[in-house]
Write a protein that binds this ligand. Sequence first.
Ligand code: SF4
Length: 543
Amino acid sequence: MDKLLLLGDEAIAQGAVDAGISGVFAYPGTPSTEITEYIQASKEAKERHIASQWSSNEKTAMETAIGMSYAGKRALVCMKHVGLNVAADAFINSAITGAHGGLVVVSADDPSMHSSQNEQDSRFYGKFAQIPVLEPSNQQEAYDMTRYAFDLSEKFGTPVLFRITTRLSHSRSGVKRGEMHPQNELSLPSDLKQFILLPSIARKQYDVLLGKQAAFQEESEKSGYNKLIPGKDKSMGIVACGIAYNYLMENYQGEEIPYPVLKIGQYPVSRRLVREFYDQVDSVLMLEEGYPVLEELFRGILDEGKPVKGRMDGTIPRSGELNPNIVGKALGKEIAEGYPVPSVLRGRPPLLCDGCPHWDSFGALNEAMKDYGPGRVLSDIGCYTLSALEPLNSINSCVDMGASITMAVGAAEAGLVPAVAVIGDSTFTHSGMTGLLDAVNRNVPVTVVLLDNSTTGMTGGQDSAGLGKLESIIKGIGVDEKHIRIIKPLRRLHDENVKVFKEELAYEGVSVIIPRRECVQTLARRMKLKHAKKKETKESVNN
Ligand code: SF4
């Protein structure tokens, strides 16, 4: 079979295609976006009619995948770690319904918060749902484990959580492919009540889930993704989870690791392997990306056992992602600090792109807000969040997807009138629509600025779910048509736009202003594609 040079995300995508999925369901979010994009571009996925359109949000993605699994086919769900919070309701309940066709949920964690609001560790969600969790240490494992995850899911009739982190998602390595698995035929679960979570059935299903726990552990012992690697120097043993194992190996290139190593790639971890490992070493060094999940277990509440070093005692920094140097230092190695960072690379605050429509939207909003003073603009998550920084200084919050409208409603109800919510078109269909319905039902004086750049700009220009339908959605939610205003965010229309903002800020009800102009990045890509197509057609005509 071919060997491909793949990102970790792409290795998962190829693994899923080769595992015979019939659908991938996702909302874009760094560092998980490339999984779905790879499948969307894959010729094999097209030939196999694999469904791959973006979902409105992570919860709808999760629920659609549960539906596909119910129908007996294999489904992949992908999201970034904070997306799993959005999908949590469906995700936790999927552990109770169980899976029929293989159901694998990829959650891409972002330690160091390269493009996220927090560092949460998805392994906790796996434990919370009480389902198996897989954590690859490199791209080849990401590919192999994805295939294994679908087999595991069908073997135990359970969803499987697949946890990766940024560095693995976004780095490349050679990956050897295996045989392609045929896609499952349409079929229904043998127990047609399995997916009905009425209390009496849910209680039964919950017992079924609890009954599987011993088998999950047993599987962890045999799968080979957890293994105890012997070492001569027993003064210390190393527990290396997921990509941390790769960082450990980088510190011993061409030489044997002198210490016993417990390599963890599958949870719940094998008690037998942990016992065998712990009994032979005098102290333990924990290497895990994210929270000290296993470190806490190794220490226990009283912390009276053998010395355990890791994130909790400061051997490893408590926050931020791991890297080979941090691991090397924890091993007591002399680590060269490297060259100083050139000043040109330092301290450059992120900025909206030149020509981005948001510049003109915020320029007009800022001017209209001068009449009311600062501190009234609640924002959401997208490129426009950068307007919190100099020189715009336009917004005052960014909490989670969809929180701008609901926070503005709360602020207005507290008396902060007018309150303004800023949200993007994609975020609006992700989780802003229900907030707008609350605003309408409460009839609070809130002005919603719905920045429509016709794309999901922040994650690279995926289609937004509300494309071409925003006005009808807003009207359907109940906003008075007279207070749905479309403006074109352009410098030359500045005065006109300020006037619209002022009028709606003065209105004592719910209004929505839609500044509409395409993201310049998406526009440039679209134009390039158009020219390439034109050229291709011309050439084929001439030939
Ligand atoms: S990617 Fe698009 S929306 Fe984002 S800052 Fe650049 S132009 Fe603006």
